[in-house]
Design a protein around this ligand. Structure first.
Ligand SMILES: [Zn+2]
Length: 321
């Protein structure tokens, strides 16, 4: 059992998992990998979080990664033997730092899941690499951190059933491929149907949005679906991918969602889980707004939404867990 220290009112009621090594150092690339640091800095500079709220992850172990990915793919990444076709699909240049960043992100989502068991929420300020398949990477995603964390939690006996709620504007194809035949994991993806990836293997529930849908239509599709899916499936843990790219100013998205609408989305999903005492793990996923400040604000708002929902539904788990 952990006791709150006097004077801890200013602390967040959950932990933020972050490491400077999340930055993929891509330079002038549409993927703003400096966003991870900018989000952590903004949470601190605006007094939303203090240094004590942060946890620093270790890289995932290879055995954690190998519960999801093939030995061949792991070897290619670790030895720098990706083929030109592998690199073309991944859409980010190969480097040793890139590989380290993906192992760290997976370790970060594992750590966030462990802290969610204790605190009700656990937030990785990274991760959400939902386009990674067991044997190859795609669309800026080499290692599927969320799948790695789900398999680790199941292997540790901490959870049996997990639900993935993926709100990135792009379909969660890697997630669907990894868990397609696994009844212990419910995958929900809400995405723009007329967008990457071309091939969309079926999630347990796919919510296909047409181009240009608004806040009202988007939230009206997502929140009742999350409500009914949680009631029916009764997951032990929810993994939330809070994509910033459904935003109307996104360069790789084509929906018309406002910043306010995205925060309402985050809060709405969190409420569905929290009022049923189901721990929630959050990861960031994509965000390519014309102004990187907007992407950062949307991700910061996910943390604010978690804080507000945690305060509205106080500590969901019994002390000692
Ligand atoms: Zn995306």
């Amino acid at each position: 059992m952990r006791l709150r220290m006097a004077g801890s009112e200013d602390m967040l009621p959950f932990k933020l998992v972050y490491h400077d090594g999340y930055d993929l150092n891509l330079g002038a690339h549409v993927f703003p990998s400096q966003k991870f640091r900018l989000i952590a800095d903004k949470l601190l500079s605006e007094g939303i979080a203090s240094k004590e709220d942060f946890l620093r992850p270790e890289p995932a172990s290879d055995s954690d990664i190998l519960r999801v990915h093939t030995a061949e793919w792991v070897t290619k990444l670790k030895t720098g033997t990706l083929t030109p076709s592998d690199i073309m699909k991944l859409e980010v240049p190969y480097s040793r730092e890139l590989v380290d960043a993906f192992w760290l992100a997976a370790g970060g989502t594992i750590l966030a899941a462990q802290s969610a068991l204790r605190d009700g929420f656990g937030c990785n300020l990274g991760g959400g690499f939902h386009h990674a398949y067991p044997g190859h990477g795609e669309g800026f995603c080499a290692i599927h951190d969320v799948a790695v964390a789900i398999r680790r939690m199941q292997s540790d006996g901490e959870i049996r059933k997990a639900m993935v709620v993926d709100t990135d504007v792009h379909h969660g194809n890697g997630t669907a491929a990894i868990f397609g035949k696994d009844k212990s994991v419910f995958t929900l993806s809400i995405h723009q149907v007329n967008n990457y990836p071309a091939h969309k293997p079926a999630s347990t529930l796919d919510l296909n949005m047409e181009d240009g849908v608004s806040d009202e239509e988007y939230l009206g599709a997502l929140l009742p679906a999350v409500h009914h899916s949680i009631d029916k499936f009764q997951p032990d843990m929810v993994f939330y991918l809070g994509g910033a790219d459904p935003y109307r100013e996104d360069q790789l998205g084509g929906l018309d969602i406002s910043i306010k609408g995205l925060k309402a989305r985050d809060a709405g999903v969190f409420e569905e889980a929290r009022k049923r005492k189901i721990p929630v793990v959050t990861t960031l996923a994509g965000g390519y707004a014309r102004r990187v400040e907007d992407t950062v604000q949307i991700h910061v708002n996910t943390i604010l939404a978690a804080k507000e929902v945690a305060e509205k539904y106080p500590q969901a788990r019994q002390a000692g867990n």
